[in-house]
Design a protein around this ligand. Structure first.
Ligand code: M6R
Length: 619
């Protein structure tokens, strides 16, 4: 949830501060209730930290500049232990003369007992955080052993929970030491300078050479070297890789917000996710899957585990994969999975879906599935992140970095990856039910242009959002693959516009929720295409009539040429025609645009909604 940056270079100047502050700006999406920096200068370790957004830290640094430095660490926080105050902001200090500064992402679960021990020894604390315990412990270890890597190693082995820790010490001015367990940390390798970050965005302006760390590892960087060891002290090596996107991908590029930019990038997100996954004749090839074809043929049950938007893309996957393969698919919220005594064995494929690859609930579900003997596959957008590393196989989405807290382009890329997986399984098992994989792959390749077409038609949706700025409640209805889209539309509105919103399966309405309908109540209805099976279309048109008869304001998302909805719609938002199963890639777009513009009309910061963070790395 927090963002972490570390830098070490050769020259004593303002660069360390600039690199850390730029990195924090790129990582602010991970947490933004306070921020802080520590620099190792000629006068020792100097820190500045402030509650509130990064801007407050920037102003404080302008008012009280720190000295030149070649080593620095910085932190942007999403509070877990202790409120968002200056005192609780990181870095925290430890050791004799407070010579050590330490920052932390995650939760140290046994901090109470450790703090009790330290208090009994007379150690004084200045914050309510779990982090300060680690700072005091590493500081004291350094005083005892005189080496920062050893000090870190001696302490991490006493900590329980999930953490990334970064530390600097006044006595070793050209060194940053980092440690990770179940929490992200990547290393950036430069020329005469090295970096660390919660993700590569922290240093992408300086280098694209990155080093992925394994679980329970410690990394030490100096300007000219990096070394990795395991928590047990044995030597280890990170996995080097090249970042395939550049700094501009992590910037707004002329858009008002990252969310606006990421919505606009959706045609590319889908196109890039499809790239290289079929032969010329349309046959699907998934070379990167590290699960054998025999193992996949043997699968008799699929369970998706995910949270939030990723869980809604998983719900779309359920409809598609069950239809195409006849394998039973269930979707479980990752945080419920572990506690539901799941029925999982070696013929179960557990698919985790995660944009960040760091969501703790999802990671823990994957680990639990592995313990139970399942095959685990990760659909993930972030290369080198923890969940794909912990899984047997990975299917990367190629949406590019997603910075806005509200997920948009990752959602479309996840749905696309799930379609690819479903069609691949259908092809592999020869159970291609009803549809042909090749025909659908051809149609999938046409979807980026159709998504662009939807984006080009959004003027009326923007107008609607502007005049609905004081709306207090919005309902969303859908059936079949339209149901997860209704849930996603409601989630977007809740999280960035702070409006009460609920998504329902349209058929469920008459079982209770219809009591919410009163004159003027805005209701979005995601209408399936008229050629949907099982008279689905007709049934949704009836649902529209039922709510319209009770005074609802019906905001209908319907395909081009669907005239049946016209008499019952207060507003019609048109999307191009497509196969019923692929429609989510189109129908969700107006709902994303609506939520963004409603948030803007209310004067809210859509990229950084209150109380939220982009990657939820605590359970
Ligand atoms: O990084 P992940 O995809 O694992 O994140 C899962 C959810 O936390 C995420 O989708 C969240 O619901 C978004 N804020 C939704 O817009």
């Amino acid at each position: 949830m927090c963002g972490i940056v570390g830098y070490v270079g050769k020259t004593l100047d303002g660069k360390a501060q600039n690199v850390v502050m730029e990195g924090l700006a790129r990582l602010e999406y991970r947490g933004y209730d306070s921020a802080g920096i520590a620099l190792v200068t000629e006068s020792g370790v100097e820190t500045e930290k402030r509650a509130g957004k990064l801007e407050n830290l920037r102003s404080a640094l302008e008012a009280h500049p720190l000295h030149d430095s070649r080593t620095g660490i910085g932190h942007t926080r999403w509070a877990t232990h202790g409120g968002p105050t200056d005192g609780n902001a990181h870095p925290h200090r430890g050791g004799k003369g407070d010579k050590l500064a330490l920052i932390h992402n995650g939760i140290i679960e046994n901090f109470h007992s450790l703090k009790k021990e330290l208090l009994a020894e007379g150690v004084e604390f200045r914050s309510e955080t779990d982090t300060e315990v680690a700072a005091k412990l590493v500081g004291a270890e350094f005083d005892a052993v005189g080496d920062l890597t050893t000090a870190m190693r001696n302490v991490v082995n006493r900590l329980e929970g999930a953490f990334t820790l970064l530390a600097v010490h006044a006595d070793v001015p050209g060194v940053v030491v980092g440690a990770r367990r179940n929490s992200p940390l990547v290393v950036g390798l430069g020329e005469g300078e090295n970096f660390m970050g919660s993700d590569v965005a922290a240093f992408i302006g300086y280098t694209r050479h990155a080093l992925e760390l394994g679980q329970d590892q410690i990394v030490t960087i100096t300007p000219d070297s990096h070394s990795v060891i395991n928590f047990d002290g044995s030597p280890a090596e990170g996995k080097a890789y090249e970042v395939t996107w550049d700094a501009s991908a992590a910037e707004k590029g002329g858009y008002d917000s990252f969310m606006a930019k990421e919505i606009a990038e959706q045609p590319d997100a889908v196109a890039n996710t499809l790239l290289g996954r079929t032969k010329d004749d349309g046959e699907l090839v998934l070379d990167e899957l590290r699960i054998s074809e025999d193992q996949l043929r043997n699968v008799d049950r699929i369970t998706f585990v995910a949270c939030g938007t990723a869980a809604y893309s998983s719900l779309v996957a359920k409809y598609a994969i069950e239809h195409w393969t006849r394998i039973p698919v269930e979707v479980t919220l990752a945080h419920e999975f572990r506690y539901s005594d799941p029925i999982v064995d070696d013929r179960t494929l557990v698919v985790s879906v995660s944009q960040s690859g760091e969501t703790m609930d999802t990671l823990m579900a994957v680990k639990h599935a592995k313990e139970l003997g399942a095959l685990t596959l990760s659909i993930c957008n972030t290369q080198g992140s923890t969940i794909p590393r912990e899984s047997d196989a990975v299917l990367y989405t190629h949406a590019g970095p997603e910075v806005a807290v509200a997920s948009t382009k990752a959602f479309l890329a996840q749905i696309t990856a799930a379609y690819i997986l479903g069609l691949y399984l259908a092809q592999l098992r020869g159970e291609n039910y009803a549809d042909s994989a090749k025909v659908l792959m051809t149609e999938l390749r046409e979807m980026p242009a159709k998504i662009q077409d939807v984006l080009d038609r959004m003027d009326r949706v923007v107008e609607m959002a502007n005049f609905m700025a004081d709306t207090r409640s919005v309902l969303f209805l859908g059936r079949h693959v339209g149901f997860p889209i209704a849930l996603e539309g409601a989630l977007k509105l809740k999280e960035i516009a702070y409006i009460h919103a609920e998504g329902f399966a349209a058929g469920e309405l008459k079982h209770g929720p219809i009591a919410l309908i009163e004159p003027g109540q805005p209701v979005f209805i995601v209408v399936p295409s008229p050629d949907s099976p099982h008279e689905l279309h007709k049934k949704v048109v009836s649902n529209i009539q039922e709510i319209r008869a009770r005074g609802a304001r019906t905001l209908v998302i319907a395909h081009d040429g669907d005239e049946d909805v016209v008499p019952f719609a207060n507003e019609i938002i048109r999307v191009p025609q497509c196969s019923p199963m692929l429609a989510p890639l189109l129908t969700v777009v107006p709902l994303q645009v609506f939520a963004l513009h409603l948030a803007m009309a209310k004067g809210l910061d859509a990229d950084q909604p209150r109380n939220l963070a982009k990657s939820v790395t605590v359970e």
